[in-house]
Design a protein around this ligand. Structure first.
Ligand code: PGA
Length: 243
């Protein structure tokens, strides 16, 4: 099997002590200390990874829609993320779309900022259970993808993560055929509309050490975005054997 990209999303978890310790442990382990492992840290703890000289990469869980520094209380710009060695940025996670009302207009600005700063966006898309039950998920996902065509910057490198909302944090995982159907949809959309860009597709939503092999056997899936299971050392290490 080709090597896969394993992205951990630690969400709003941890303390400086725990995160400093975990980063050290992951750096010391050959399985986790590779360039195909990416860890999305809570922003206040990004500094803990500065200077640890690890092979794994850092991601941010979000970024400001505002590009330049200024009077934007509470915001973290893409330039600040670069300053902390961030290589990837999650944009449009379903938890941000639903809890913080992130609209397409905001997501377009976030994607543009990240790309301009030289960070690779991990753009999340995914439908709710109801949309799937109604059989409207293909048009729903295509609409989320079409946002990419509104960007005013060139897209050379971007990652798309398919994260069905009904699978995120629920323990419910789609059938492999359902994941494959969406991976194909994304790849053909990209081929038609952004043929020159490098756009791998990840799957996210209740990924675990138990289901990882089945998901990653799909050639169209370049890796996974892992939430809950990435907080457990043994489980995440097992997942990283595919990196
Ligand atoms: P989960 O989260 O693995 O806990 O379902 C995935 C995500 O939110 O990216």
């Amino acid at each position: 099997m080709t090597k896969k990209l394993i992205v951990a999303n630690w969400k709003m978890n941890g303390t400086s002590k725990k995160i400093a310790n975990d980063l050290g442990v992951y750096r010391a382990n050959e399985i986790t200390n590779t360039a195909n492992v990416v860890i999305a840290l809570p922003s206040p703890y990004l500094y803990l990874a500065l200077g640890i000289d690890a092979k794994f990469k850092l991601a941010s869980q979000d970024v400001s829609q505002f590009a330049n520094c200024g009077a934007y209380t509470g915001e973290i710009s893409s330039k600040m993320l670069v300053d902390f060695g961030v290589k990837y940025s999650i944009v449009g996670h379903s938890e941000r779309r639903s809890n913080f009302g992130e609209t397409d207009t905001v997501l377009i600005k976030k994607l543009e900022n990240v790309i301009q700063a030289g960070i690779i966006p991990i753009f999340c898309i995914g439908e709710e259970q109801q949309v799937r039950d109604d059989g409207k998920y293909i048009e729903f996902l295509l609409k989320q993808l079409e946002l990419l065509l509104q960007l005013k910057v060139d897209i050379n490198e971007l990652i798309i993560a398919y994260e069905p909302i009904w699978a995120v944090g629920t323990g419910k995982v789609p059938e492999v055929s359902q994941i494959s159907e969406i991976a194909n949809l994304i790849h053909s959309f990209v081929q038609k509309t952004l043929p020159r860009a490098k756009i791998p597709v990840l799957y996210g939503g209740s990924v675990s050490a138990k289901n990882i092999a089945e998901i990653l056997q799909l050639n169209d899936i370049a890796g996974v975005l892992v939430g809950g299971a990435s907080l457990n050392f043994d489980e995440f290490t097992a997942i990283c054997t595919y990196a």
